[in-house]
Design a protein around this ligand. Structure first.
Ligand code: NAD
Length: 469
């Protein structure tokens, strides 16, 4: 039986395809693609019943061309060294694509999270941080973790607290990890950042009329039919912003099944229905699809897989009817499926670009922690007063009265969340434009183009360091 390439091999394959379209020397390409350091650790956990268990964990720093390195920590039984290295590799390219000045990193702790009590999880997280600290694998200027599968803001707060007690630089210790709770130095807008970034990326993509015409579509989000798989953090927020932008959600899929209504599904009503019944199935007015994965094959303009990797394979790719696929999840389309879909003229927005909203806003959190001030704090009132003077002068010149609530709306200064959203919107729009330009210039697909841009940006850093001429 032919074996499927593992995650790292798939990433290497994508790299090789893009690298062939650049003119960098082989030695430089080798340096860019290899994982610079992997720290494997095993440490004891004293369980609540007094027994001792050995925990396996890793931290990979793929590229030190920019520091710190950055990437989440997975808590899952499936974690292994190859996967951590592959995910760290993707982080290098992801950061480069969205112009976030970090190298790629990733961590993993091999546990089934639900098997451990909260106190045990805290001990594991703190010990993991201690091990990272001991080997200089964590710090605001060296390596900055974040949440990933199985970890959340709570674990990030434990990491920060542990690091702070060990570090001799209490002033910047908060910047050693991102994705923290707001009260612990987190940034507003981080929770929805990835889903909102997915929306901004798709909106930029569908704004190009000629690209849409080539797929029999008109430009703009308005009126587009959308199917979303996975209603977790990323999928829910992507669906929410797509619906608010004027798209029609015609299909929604969760692990228990999927629902379909060509007339549209109201997202909040579906979420409320799921909360009260425990399932999205039997939503009023919708048709049930018992085999959830079949939702991927529904007729729609845009398909957003936002649950798991490897859901579109060579087995179902030919049956996909969407004209655009927005990879909100990491690795939802396998390399074989990618080739089939490109042959069918499907426009694929690659994960390495489309779900980069999370790391983008993590970058903003890191900046906030280092500057010790909430975004907007210094400028909000000043902006408001300036805006008010302009609006009042215009109103006087035009001899109109502006109601006070309208005046407040027109003159409001930007707060932290406004600035985070605006920075995210700019980042996703610019990254899409850069990717699209390269795709046109090299006559290739968006995924390869995104990798080419990433390789070029990392290469420039190495040559500026004088390491490679
Ligand atoms: P999540 O756990 O919040 O949500 C995943 C959702 O998918 C859950 O609601 C789950 O029930 C559902 N699901 C599981 N199996 C399914 C199936 N077979 N069919 C349909 N739905 C299924 O996770 P998330 O944070 O939303 O992450 C989703 C994907 O996005 C992952 O691939 C993750 O690596 C990627 N991602 C997340 C972020 C982030 O900031 N959270 C950033 C970048 C990439």
């Amino acid at each position: 039986m032919a074996s499927h390439p593992n995650f790292l091999q798939q990433v290497d394959r994508m790299f090789a395809k893009a690298a062939a379209l650049t003119d960098h020397a082989d030695g430089l390409l080798a340096q860019i693609s290899i994982c610079n350091s992997v720290y494997k650790m095993e440490f004891p956990l004293v369980r609540d019943d007094g027994s001792i268990e050995v925990i396996k964990a890793w931290r990979a720093e793929h590229s030190h061309h920019k520091l710190p390195t950055k990437g989440g920590i997975r808590f899952d039984l499936s974690v292994n060294e190859d996967e951590v290295a592959a995910l760290a590799t993707l982080m290098t390219y992801k950061c480069a694509i969205v112009n976030v000045p970090f190298g790629g990193g990733k961590g993993g702790i091999k546990i089934k999270r639900s098997d451990y009590s909260d106190a045990e999880l805290e001990r594991i997280t703190r010990r993991y941080t201690f091990e990272l600290f001991n080997k200089s694998f964590i710090g605001p200027g060296t390596d900055v973790p974040a949440p990933d599968y199985g970890s959340s803001a709570r674990e990030m707060a434990w990491i920060m607290d542990t690091y702070r007690t060990l570090s001799d630089d209490p002033l910047s210790a908060q910047a050693c990890v991102t994705g923290k709770p707001i009260a612990q130095g987190g940034v507003r807008g981080r929770t929805e950042a990835t889903g909102l970034g997915v929306f901004f990326g798709i909106r930029e993509c569908v704004s190009f009329e000629e690209d849409m015409q080539r797929r029999g579509l008109t430009s703009g989000i308005e009126g587009k039919t959308v199917v979303v798989q996975g209603l977790g953090n990323v999928g829910y927020h992507a669906a929410k912003y797509m619906q608010e932008g004027g798209a029609t959600l015609v299909g929604l899929a969760e692990y228990e099944g999927a629902i379909h209504n060509p007339e549209g599904l109201d997202l909040e009503a579906v979420m409320a229905h799921r909360k009260s019944t425990g399932s999205i199935l039997n939503f009023p007015g919708a048709t049930n699809i018992e085999e959830s994965a079949k939702a991927l094959e529904l007729e729609c303009d845009i398909l957003i897989p936002a649950a798991l990797e490897g859901v579109i394979t060579k087995d179902n790719a030919a049956r996909i009817q969407a004209k655009i696929i927005g990879e909100a999840a990491n690795g939802p389309v396998t390399a074989d499926a990618d080739a089939i879909l490109l042959e069918k003229n499907v426009l694929i927005l690659p994960d390495v670009f489309l779900n980069a909203g999370g790391v983008t806003v993590s970058y903003f959190e890191w900046l906030k922690n280092l500057s010790h001030v909430r975004f907007g704090r210094l400028s909000k009132r000043f902006e408001q007063a300036s805006n008010e003077r302009i609006v009042k002068a215009l109103a006087a010149a035009m001899q109109v009265d502006i109601p006070s609530d309208e005046m407040m709306r027109l003159t409001a200064g930007a707060d932290e969340v406004d600035l985070v959203y605006s920075g995210l919107e700019e980042t996703m729009a610019v990254a899409y434009q850069e990717t699209r330009e390269t795709a046109h210039a090299k006559d290739t697909d968006l995924r390869t183009a995104a990798f080419i841009n990433a390789i070029n940006k990392v290469a420039v850093t190495y040559s500026e360091m004088g390491i490679f001429p």
